[in-house]
Design a protein around this ligand. Sequence first.
Ligand SMILES: [Fe+2]
Length: 500
Amino acid sequence: MGSQGGLPPVASHFPQRPQFQGFQKPTALEADVPNLEVYGTIPADIDGTFYRVMPDPVWAPFIENDPWFNGDGNISAFRIKDSRASFKQRYVRTEKFTREREAKRALLGKYRNKYTDAVEFQIRTTANTNVVYFNGKLLALKEDAPPYALDPETLDTIGLETFDGQLPSLTFTAHPKFDPDTGEMICFGYEARGDGTPDVCYYRIAADGTFLETVWLVSPVVAMIHDFAVTKNWVVFPIIPQVCDLERMRAGGEHWQWSPETPFYIGVLPREGGRPDDVKWFRHPNCFPSHSCNAYEDGDGNIVFDLGISEKNVFFWWPDAKGNAPSPESLHSQLTRITIDPHSDDLDIKPHQVRALEGNNSEFYRVDDRFATKRYRHSFFDMMDPSLGTDFRAIGPVLGGGYPLYNSLCHFDVETGKTEVYFPGPTHMVQEPVFIPRKGSGEEGDGYLLALVNNYATMSSELHLVDVKDFSKLLAKILLPVRIRHGLHGNWVDAADVGN
Ligand SMILES: [Fe+2]
């Protein structure tokens, strides 16, 4: 360790903590690999790019026990065409990335706490949570700031995206939704007037980048709204009971603290033409809502909202006020259906409105995006089932930590209740999958599932491709010559949709 002009000491290596060890050892890697090894056959009709992003800190932090979520956003692009695959990886040139590179050291402090920074930033974001394609650009997203725009071909950073000054909110969700018919991007920001503010800003952006509507809401609690859901006529805001307190932050504490006494609030607002006082904040007993799967309206006009729910605090590294947090092994999140009458004045969600759709321990739900916001049948997700044969004894020493472990991919048929499983191997864990429609087919769920897979035996990464029609079987395995850290979210962008 050494000091530098009154700044916190420079760490010469990453901390001896699980989130920086084993498979999670930061890579600082940017890469161009023109041809990847393929075992099996990539169907010739697949033509597009799988973009995904991960937190991958370049500089060792000066923060003790810095969480996985605080690393620099590093974007991987896997281009698949003519049954071959290439790989490109670039960091998002955020203000943080650029200034730390100039200073040759970490300058940013705690996750979402500017009071712990070594210098003052205009924009603190790491842009490390999701990457979406919109209106000719890639947008690298994290919920604490506007997006950073990138060139989809080169992954060069264009800059902070304010939509020609139209963006009214200081923040932008990492989980915008897309209307499959119009291409409209439906978004929101929370803590939208700054840290600790209860303001939620809802906005819709036309496919050409024109803002269509903005509605300012006030949340019943200043807490995390990580994902949301959209139907034809409604938007739904699930609030995770992780609460923010500005005084705690000013004292150098965490942005978030689990609040066991806070209900799981679900905000419901008309998708179009709503006013601030039209929002209804429904209440469900305290639990942890994780990612949304899909939402739609049934024949009676009820909102059908499918999402993952865990009884315990999934973000165990942000415990409650007494320091209590569940052990990671005890967490179980399952795909759950909540049905809400948006016209009801009874805001308490009753037990008969909630039912588990699928009982496995699951996360990172995806659908055929052509059926987003609509009644749907096919759900794809990551699942953890130790009985599948994972060799934990072999991989335990190199797993690293601080990230969720899922050892298989699932295809769940919502209509029949049947679950199909793809198990990648005993020394493997899966990352979030993407669905690729089969060319020329409009049938929901007819296509392929593609996921990045961590191989702890080779300590390198692989892409596994399966055909949804023959789900348990590997269609093609694409080998990476490097280890790619466990990431968050990504999306498939079909070449036909970008005009190349
Ligand atoms: Fe997410």
